[in-house]
Design a protein around this ligand. Sequence first.
Ligand SMILES: [Fe+2]
Length: 427
Amino acid sequence: MRFFLIFFLTLGPVCAGIAFLTAGRSLCLGRAARIALGAALLACSLKFTWFGVFGGHVFLPELPSRAIHVLSVAYDFVLVLAALGAVWASGRWVVRLARRVRPTDLRPARGTDLTRRRVITGGLACVAAGVAAKGVYDGVRLPDVVKVELEFPDLPPAFDGYRIAHLSDLHVSAAARADRTVGVVRLVNDCKPDLIAITGDFVDGTADRRSVDVAPLADLRAPDGVVGCTGNHEYYSGWAVWRDVFRSYGIRVLENERLLVRRGNETLAVLGENDPVSRDSDIHIAASMVPHWAFRILLAHRPTRLAEHAAYGVRLQLSGHTHGGAVRGIDRFVARANEGHVRGVYREHGLTLYVNSGTGQWAGFPTRLGVPPEITLLTLRKAPEARFPEMNPENRASRVSCAMCGDVVECPRTKRRKRCRSQSVSF
Ligand SMILES: [Fe+2]
């Protein structure tokens, strides 16, 4: 926590310095204008400081949602401008080196060069502002509904076509208040799912401040109910109080527990595992309360420990936590921190994992670039066994593929593992 605090508090001012040195100097401004530009960039970069000064924690602001969005756009603008400025400065160094070997008379006149630099600086500022605004807009807007069909050869026939609305990482906060929750609930109910599953990180903040923003979740409707599991943020937000609040909203949070859904003689078991932050994360307790013939679906906040879950007969694991990486490029690092899983479908150890990209976004950094927020409508289908060679016990866990690039990352013969082409999976 202390590392993240220091990192985020220093990242902004460092980027403001880079943006000032690269873009500001090239404009050849007067002294007063340079001071004004530097002060403006520094003010934009101090988002987390303003969060702490004007209300709430540095990572948990208690400001009007519009103010949080504007401060976030300003902060992201500085980060993007610094990145673009650094690239441009590197390019200029290359050009300068090239010019040293050119005849002097081919160099552009000084006035022309200044005009060109000002045009480029203005262009970079416009691009940075556009990227920052789009990033925050995607971070706080209503999610897309993503439809995914998952096939299982051993799915009980009564559950062929069963629909689960999967939400994760709602992060209801001062940046995403009741009006957004109402919109999410409307989208989910319009899907008409059989079951609604929420895989943790419901809320940021205490119940006395945020319960009014979470309350619309009480309007979620599905014939088999609304179930969930805890995420790490539940334990930062006073879970002992939130537990009773969610219960009063009709949301059954499975704390190492299970829910049995019956269709005739066939049973679907939904297991919930506590997040490891609770220090009470144990699939064994829930799995031991399930009949051996039941088809097992696990709700686990983090997309990890697949081999352990598969050993307990879990056929489908629903997870979140990664926010899909939030920003293209950074998602590779997020995948590495989560055993190679960041978003979408993975099949390993005879288990299918679906990682939701996040229905909301954390208030401290409400930005998404290329990774939109989502509600997943999963439809379970029964498929012929011939299409699933890993279901054969001899093949199970012997062929592991990367969900991003398709590389086989475990040799079926020697069992040795390697890094995949996309570098999203390594062992
Ligand atoms: Fe999380």
